[in-house]
Design a protein around this ligand. Sequence first.
Ligand code: GAF
Length: 443
Amino acid sequence: MSGENPSRSSSGEALAEPRIETTPSPSRSSSGEALAEPRIETTPSSSRSSSGEALAEPRIETLLDDADRAFRDVLDATPDGAWFAPGRLNLVGEHTDYNGGFVLPLALERGAVACVRRRDDDLVRVHSTDLGSTVQVRLGDVGPDAGLDWAAYVAGVGWAAVQRGLPVPGIDLTVSSNVPAGAGLSSSAALSCVTARAWADLAGWDLPDVEIAALGRDAENHVAGAPTGVMDQLASVCGRKGHALEIDTRSVEITWLPFDPASAGLALLVIDSRTPHALVDGAYAERRESCRRAAAALGVEELRDVPVDGLEQRLAGLPDLLRRRARHVVTDSDRVEQAAALLTSGADPRELGPLLDASHASMRDDFEITVPTVDTIQRAAVAAGAYGARMTGGGFGGCVIALVDAAAVDRVTAAVTDAAARAGHPTPVAFVAEPGDGARRLR
Ligand code: GAF
C-alpha cells in the first residue's frame, strides 16, 4: 500500500508512507503453528493429535530464531537485542475492566518474541514473520487513522511515548508469535507489550511496569482502534510464574496470588474453538456503550460502583437489555473477588470450578458474548468431568478454559473434540496453560 504523501527519511531515501508489503507464508497459520488437523496439544511445549502423534509447536527458541533470521534477511541489519511478552489468559472477570471492576488474569508461557534495533533517525521498520508483512513508517506519520494495519500495535507504542513527551528514537523490529490470533488470548497485547518493553529499554525510558503496559494499551486504543480495557497489557507486562493477578482496574492495584494447578494434580486446559473474534469489530464497542448507559441510568460513575448485595432490586428499573448487561458485569467482578479469596486462603483450586461455570452462564445469557462453538465446548468439558469451564477473553469466539484433573486432560480433550465434530464445528485445538512471567529482555 502506498500513501499519497511521499516523504523522505533522514538518510534522504524517498518513502511512500506507510508502506506495507505482504508476502504470504504458506506453511504457517497466523499463529505461526504448522497447519495439521486435528491438533490436540497437551503440554505447552509439545503437542499431540487425537491419534497421539506429536505435532510441532514453535517454542520460544524457534520464535527467536525466526525473528532473528528475518532481521538479517528482510531488514538487512543486526538487532541490538531480543525481548518476549506473553499472551494472557483470564481466569474470571470478563468485560469488567472498562467498568472499573476486578479481573483475574495470568500471563501465558506463549507470547511474542521481537528482535529490535534502535535507529538514529525517526523511521520505524517492522516485519512479522507470521504474516510475512513488512511495514515502514516515519514516527511523525503515526497516529489515529494512520492505516497501519497490524503494525499499528508496534508503531502506535512510539506514538504513545511521543504523547508523553518521551524522547523516541526510530526502531527496526521483527516479531514472531505463538499466540493464536483472535483466540481471546491477547495476541495483540503480546505484540504491543513486547514492543513497549523493548523500546523503553533501548530508549532508556525509566518507567514502572504499569506505564509500560499503558503504552501498549494506548497504541491499541488510539492507533489500532481497538477499544480495550486495561487488563490484557497489565497481565502481559506484570505476569509472574505460578501466580494469577488480581487487578483492581480502577486503582490499577495488582495483587499476585499463588496459582499452581499442577501442584494440586490439576491442569488448566485451554481449548481453542478456532472461531476467531476481532476486537475492532463493533460488538465489543457496543458492550462498552451499553455498560456506560447502564451506569448513567443508575446514577453511578461506573458499574463498579453498584454493590452486588440486593442487585436485582437495584437493577429493577433498567430496561431488560441494560439490566442483564449490568448484572453480568457486577456479578463477574464479584466472582473475581470470590476466586481471589479462595486463592488467598489456600483453598483447593477445584473450588474455583462453580465460579467458572457461573461466569460462562452469565456471559452466555446476560452479556450475550458466547457463540455456539464455545457453548458446545464448555458443556462438553463439564460433562466430561471438568470442575468448571468458561469462555475466556473478549468473546464472540476464541477459547474455553477448563479446570480438569491432570490425568483427565486427554479424556476431556477427546470429549470436546467429539462434541465439536458432532455439532459440525471446527476441530478444536487444546493445550495446557501454566502461569508464566511477564514481558522481559531475552538477550
Ligand atoms: C479484551 C479486551 F482487550 C480486555 O480489555 C477485556 O475487556 C476483555 O476483552 C474482556 O474481559 O481482551
